[in-house]
Design a protein. Sequence first.
Length: 349
Amino acid sequence: MNSRDNDDDGEEGGEVFLDEDDILEEIPFDEEDLPDVDDDIGSDGDAEEPDDSVHVFTGHTDEVYAVMCSPTDPAMVATGGRDDKGFLWKIGRADWGSELQGHTDSVSALAFSADGQLLSSGGLDGLIQVWDATSGNRRCVLEGPGKGIEWVRWHPRGHLVLAGSEDSTLWMWNADKNSYLNVFSGHGDTNLHVVAGHPYHTEGLTCLAITADSAVAITGSKDGVINSLMSHTDSVECIGLSSSHPWLATAGMDQKLLIWDLQRSSQRCSCDHEEGVTCLSWLGASHFVATGSVDGKIRVWDGLSGNCVKIFHGHTDVIQSLSVSADGEHLVSASLDRTARVFEISEFR
């Protein structure tokens, strides 16, 4: 190896030149193998979003709208979506599952009976289908509503099914006898959700309704007083009553979760999100509440302080529904990204 003679001889960093005799081996390379100038390994844009889920269900072929956990089997989950199908599957069991076919439009609502034996699925086809939760076999089809089903519930005792329709009617059936019992009409189109007979509030609160004009909630009690809770500035998407505290959680497209004290008819906490809130769920009997958002993130909030104590990542699109497993160990989410994901929440029990 020879160095060119110049005035800088002896200085470190000088130019060095090779003669042909100094070359030991010639190695060819393809220009396609060279890194692009734009490839910045350390750039935030190339960083993958973390996935905090412990189980991912990918059986749906389109957006997932609804999820519900069994009240008796900690592993069993039901999901429904835009592919007109429902599924029964188990957390941690990729080899176990039942496809629930029969709806001719999106499966929009799900509910297990209190004893966990039956599952009801409501669709935008206006039908309620009842399934054996163990075998996945269809037990019966309940008809009546003229429009899509928005929600479905079971009576806490017995196999009576209630469902609300887009035509502002509420229907009741006996699932064991496959018989229609009653229909309740007269609700206005602003009435989105009604909760009554909650175990904690039986001595005070008798009913709760949400309206679409952003008057968050109206509560009625045995003393004949009607209270209105008004603090949201955009559409209210979800509500939930705590099972252990006299608290109500409401959330909406104004990017806020509000927690109310129903005994005082006052707001306890206001919890800000980056985008609109689409669903919520109290985590068992704890003072924590989880929210799902348009940004695909699930946040856990402390109802005592209003602080965000956890953010779960994994989804890549809007969260549509949340449900807690029977043992309180897992939170299951449904998303427009076509997946349902399971997150560990034992620390919040």
